[in-house]
Design a protein around this ligand. Sequence first.
Ligand SMILES: NC(=O)c1ccc[n+]([C@@H]2O[C@H](COP(=O)([O-])OP(=O)(O)OC[C@H]3O[C@@H](n4cnc5c(N)ncnc54)[C@H](OP(=O)(O)O)[C@@H]3O)[C@@H](O)[C@H]2O)c1
Length: 240
Amino acid sequence: MKTYLVTGATSGIGEATALQLIQEGHTVLAIGRNETKGHELETNGQGRLFFFQVDLAVPSEIERFFETTKEDFPTIDGIFNNAGTFGKPVAPERVTDQQTEVFQVNYHAPEQIIQHAVKRLSRGASIVNNSAIVGHVKFPAMLLPYASSKSALLTLTKTYAARFHGKYRFNAICPGPVDTKLSHSLYGGKEKFDLAMKHHLRGHAAHPSEIAEVVCFLLSDKASYINGQTLIVDGGYTLT
Ligand SMILES: NC(=O)c1ccc[n+]([C@@H]2O[C@H](COP(=O)([O-])OP(=O)(O)OC[C@H]3O[C@@H](n4cnc5c(N)ncnc54)[C@H](OP(=O)(O)O)[C@@H]3O)[C@@H](O)[C@H]2O)c1
């Protein structure tokens, strides 16, 4: 059984992944900000899920997480860099320094996590970065920092994969629309989101568990020869 780090484990895709990993018998270090939800997950986590309140927008909190966990969890077998934010939608020509938080959470936090974790990774460890279908569809102009940060994450994934020659594997997933709080917020609520998804090739968005299944596969040794890839998981959305 392995030990995995999952960021954004308190909701949506990250929660579904954390739950699947503990069902498979693994230990999960679950990162998020929502303490109530984190403790709820711990209670239901069969003694194998450990919640850590970390704001990924604050680099010193990431450092503190690695410092406080190094004795109890000296070895990490995989990471799902999943937490993400849209930031405040804004016209591209009005993007300001405030948008640096989007890059901090979506790009720099995964980068820092990998840098800290690398000393503790077991041979063959798998890192999965959650990107998006950037580059395959036109993204809303108001989400330029989000789209750019997710594109940068793909470059980071390939760069690290090439650097470590398979000693550790690095892959990214690019989900299409998923039925989560994040996407509801973009569409102005779940009802509007569901309505918009009628135009999806499949007529609906993915359930978070459908993405989690792919992530758990990539994290596992079953995917031992998959490295440096960006996998679109979108039910055919990018075909249309
Ligand atoms: N939903 C989609 O359609 C879709 C499509 C493609 C890619 N994605 C990507 O999937 C990832 C997960 O999103 P989701 O759809 O599952 O959304 P979600 O249900 O809203 O979950 C977002 C998670 O990210 C965490 N998070 C956000 N900012 C954080 C911060 N500063 N520090 C620590 N944790 C933070 C949240 O934690 P707290 O709630 O505890 O703050 C939450 O657990 C994101 O990276 C997103 O870009 C989503």
